[in-house]
Design a protein. Structure first.
Length: 219
């Protein structure tokens, strides 16, 4: 298989270091995607945050492409990037299970946009695949690190069943270095993390450990 995806989901409330510093360190150490997830912000401050995230990702990644995904806000995704996969450019949206559907997002963003969906069961993954999603987050696999659990953990069997749909699956929820190998072996295309990186005082080192474990299994 190809390189396993390491996606950083941004949540400023649990960031131990200044956000730009953390994102720069994380992308320098091997984060592939950065998802901006800040539901409390109005449009103007959210656009400013996206610009901050983009600039930090560009500094960290250099010429290596990093995919920037906007959580739920299709309007912000449209305003924030050119649809490409240049370092830091906004090229897609991540939809909630209770929000705008994949087909509507595709009409607005275009055929090349990456459109992800949050899912919490194998059945929801299959529905996302049928709707034409580009990928899905499946969560929680384990009890979350960065927030209180609101659903029971799904475990590795759910990852294996979801991966059989053919849709790329990013495992999310309580994912740390020790889980990466088992998740990739179960069929996940990568992992999505928040606390494992942002809650660390050394986000670059935390990212590098995750990257090594993912690379060991996906080589």
């Amino acid at each position: 298989m190809g390189r396993a995806i390491l996606c950083l989901v941004v949540d400023r409330s649990c960031c131990a270091r200044p956000l730009g510093e953390a994102i720069e360190a994380a992308t320098a150490a091997g984060v592939d995607w950065v998802q901006v997830r800040e539901r409390s912000l109005e449009t103007r401050p959210l656009l400013a945050l996206v610009d901050e995230v983009r600039e930090a990702a560009e500094r960290g990644a250099g010429q290596r492409p990093v995919r920037l995904i906007i959580n739920r806000r299709i309007d912000v995704a449209l305003a924030s990037g050119d649809g490409g996969v240049h370092p830091g450019s906004a090229c897609g949206v991540h939809l909630g299970f209770d929000g705008v559907g994949v087909a509507a997002a595709r009409r607005l963003l275009g055929d090349d946009a990456w459109i992800g969906v949050s899912t919490h069961s194998v059945e929801e993954v299959r529905a996302a695949a049928a709707a034409g999603a580009s990928y899905a987050h499946l969560a929680p696999i384990h009890p979350p690190i960065s927030k209180r659990a609101s659903r029971p953990p799904l475990g590795l069997d759910a990852v294996n069943e979801a991966a059989a749909s053919g849709l790329p699956i990013l495992a999310q929820g309580g994912v740390g270095m020790r889980h990466c190998g088992a998740l990739i072996r179960a069929g996940a295309s990568g992992v999505a993390v928040t606390g494992a990186i942002l809650m660390s005082e050394e986000p670059g080192k935390a990212t590098a450990k995750l990257r090594r474990e993912l690379d060991r299994e996906s080589a």
